[in-house]
Design a protein around this ligand. Structure first.
Ligand SMILES: O=C(O)CCC(=O)C(=O)O
Ligand SMILES: [Fe+2]
Length: 363
């Protein structure tokens, strides 16, 4: 089924009107700006990131990295060790971290929040292969992953133009008004948890299920709070990698969850800040958050634990997506309690631990 997508409302007209910005985000749950960020800086970042990906074998050799032409044989995603091997090399780029601190973004987030703000130390990039649509980021609220406090804002921005077929972000306007963390279920795709929208629409009749997105251009930025329901669209291009940033911002002094003080995807492979910083040319962003004494809250594992329990149940029932999720867990952490459970369930189902490329349809 081809779903009907509506256009995001552009808020450039209100860029210098903090009260109107706050009114709009309170009402609609997002703010979308055309060309908020410097296209030149993002283009330079795109070249750096994709050059690392080409060195890691993700792009067709000899092609221009800016074209992001993927080697389909290299397909992988978050949770795969092969993904982290290259992702963590991208993660070491100074320009990637600096992109979250661009003054145009910091100023805008500051205007929206009306308080001094900081980006989370844990920056995130999404490097999404084409024709790998079962692994598209599912419908979710960010709070289950990033926690800390509900006022935290996400800024999603493509590093390069991102037309709809490349799989940019889509939001359900007004969905933050549910004002609570919704039930999330097991899913493939980044984060591994999804909101069943029909289930929620029954519980929350006010939920308007109208997905909004756009043909993003480089520099465009979408900002939304932690309870907003959103998802990515599938990357249905023949051969293009989608590259995007999703960074989080909070008021200085508000609580932050402990895992957001660490680099991203360290459960797949360890990575320390000292390793991230090894080849940096400047020092100003190293451990910058230590000057702010945000209260640190422990990570609440209940959402991930529930997703895992559902995956186990589904795997016992023969669900191939759940088998794939458990294979990933076993491969990356064979000796953890989850890894051992995953192994038992897979063995009982007579399934090995190798990656199953056959599963590749949308949710
Ligand atoms: O880019 C994606 O696929 C996921 C991004 C996302 O969920 C976010 O920005 O919060
Ligand atoms: Fe998200």
């Amino acid at each position: 089924m081809i779903e009907k997508l509506q256009e995001l409302r552009v808020s450039n007209d209100a860029m210098n009107d903090p009260l109107e910005l706050r009114r709009r985000i309170a009402d609609e749950g997002y703010l979308f700006f055309k060309h908020l960020q410097s296209p030149d800086k993002l283009l330079a970042l795109r070249r750096e990131m994709l050059t690392v990906m080409q060195q890691g074998g993700w792009l067709v050799p000899g092609t221009d990295p800016l074209q992001a032409i993927a080697r389909i044989a290299a397909q992988c995603t978050e949770g795969d060790t092969a993904y982290t091997d290259v992702y963590h090399e991208v993660y070491k780029l100074e320009a990637f971290h600096r992109a979250a601190h661009l003054p145009e973004v910091m100023d805008m987030i500051g205007k929206i929040m009306g308080r001094p703000v900081m980006p989370h130390p844990q920056k995130i990039a999404r490097l999404w292969f084409p024709k790998y649509t079962a692994h598209t980021t599912p419908i979710h609220q960010d709070f289950v992953h990033f926690q800390g406090n509900f006022e935290t804002l996400t800024c999603w921005a493509p590093v390069g133009d991102c037309p709809i077929e490349l799989g940019g972000l889509a939001v359900l306007p007004g969905s933050h008004k549910v004002k609570r963390v919704l039930d999330h279920h097991f899913s493939l795709g980044a984060g591994g948890l999804y909101v069943d929208v029909p289930e929620q629409a029954q519980l929350h009749p006010e939920l308007d299920v109208a997905w909004h997105t756009t043909n993003y251009e480089i520099g465009d930025s979408l900002i939304f709070p932690a309870l907003m329901i959103h998802k990515a669209l599938p990357n249905t291009t023949e051969d293009k990698l989608r590259v995007s940033l999703d960074n989080r911002y909070q008021a200085i002094g508000d609580p932050i969850a402990e895992h957001m003080l660490q680099p991203h995807l360290i459960s797949t492979h360890p990575l320390t800040w000292d390793e991230v910083y090894r080849d940096w040319h400047t020092d100003d962003l190293k451990y910058y958050w230590r000057q702010y004494a945000n209260p640190v809250t422990p990570r609440d594992m209940s959402y991930a634990d529930k997703g895992f329990a559902e995956a186990v149940e589904l795997a016992r029932g023969g669900d191939p997506r759940a088998h794939l999720a458990l294979q990933r867990i076993f491969k990356r952490e064979p000796n953890s309690p989850s890894g051992r459970v995953a192994q038992q369930v897979l063995m009982a189902a007579g399934i090995g631990v190798e990656h199953d490329k056959a599963i590749n349809s949308t949710h």
